[in-house]
Design a protein around this ligand. Structure first.
Ligand code: PGA
Length: 251
């Protein structure tokens, strides 16, 4: 269902003490009228944080899951294991996983499959690198990511998931996409989903933006017609900055 979402992707940052402090500060200020707030900590601390949090308005997710269902894959964490501890969301296809861990569109399709089968909601990340943007081929690039990973799933599954458009050149660089660039790509993604499935499915899917989103640019980005919130990396590590972004999305 389409809604306003602000998600914290902590990546490999914060230890349990810092995370608990953050949760105390953010948890105290996220309430019923807030947008949907998702937090993606490292695997090792998710259950501790879920136990610590007494409220109902922050939902926890995982940053990754294995593309295999179970078995001899040392160091991996399966979607079923995540679901079994009460996790509802999983990020799939983040550009750092694609780049540093060689995750391909095909492997991501397998991850989506096990995640959906386990009852998790995927936050599917897509977005083009700088060179592709410079060649003005970003739409073709993102279209291929959608086709090879997403478009084998049912319309009902796609309507439920969250898509994060994260141009690689904007991630962690301080150089965010302009509102116009974000809106253009979000509208394109929705258009492609409408073409593959239906207008109704396209209207239901939440498409959030990620890449150097901060308190001072969130309003401009979230005001775009097809931008349903943000996936926040760097600025999510600071409780006050993250709260400021939540406030913008909750207006
Ligand atoms: P950033 O990261 O906000 O630090 O650019 C966003 C992301 O990688 O999800």
């Amino acid at each position: 269902m389409r809604r306003k979402i602000v998600a914290a992707n902590w990546k490999m940052n914060l230890d349990i003490i810092e995370a608990a402090e953050w949760l105390g500060e953010v948890g105290a200020q996220v309430h019923e009228g807030s947008c949907e707030v998702l937090v993606f900590p490292s695997f090792v601390m998710i259950t501790d944080l879920m136990d610590m949090y007494q409220g109902e308005h922050i939902v926890f997710g995982a940053q990754n899951c294995s593309h295999k269902e179970s078995g001899a894959y040392t160091g991996e964490v399966s979607a079923t294991q995540l679901a079994s501890i009460g996790i509802e969301y999983v990020i799939i296809g983040h550009s750092e996983r694609r780049e540093y861990f060689s995750e391909t569109n095909e492997m991501l399709r397998e991850k989506m499959e096990v995640a959906i089968k386990s009852g998790l909601t995927p936050v599917f990340c897509c977005g083009e690198p700088l060179q592709v943007r410079n060649e003005n081929k970003q739409k073709e690039f993102v279209k291929q990511q959608l086709e090879e990973t997403l478009f084998g799933f049912s319309g009902a599954a796609v309507a439920e998931m969250i898509i994060a458009y994260e141009p690689v050149w904007a991630i962690g660089t301080g150089l965010n996409a302009t509102a116009q660039q974000a809106q253009e790509m979000h509208a394109f993604i929705r258009h492609e989903i409408a073409g593959k499935y239906s207008l109704d499915i396209a209207a239901q899917v939440s498409i959030i933006y990620g890449g150097s989103c901060k308190p001072d640019n969130a309003k401009e980005l979230f005001n775009c017609a097809d931008v349903d919130g943000g996936l926040i990396g760097g600025a999510s590590l600071n409780a006050n900055d993250f709260l400021a972004i939540i406030k913008v999305a909750s207006l």
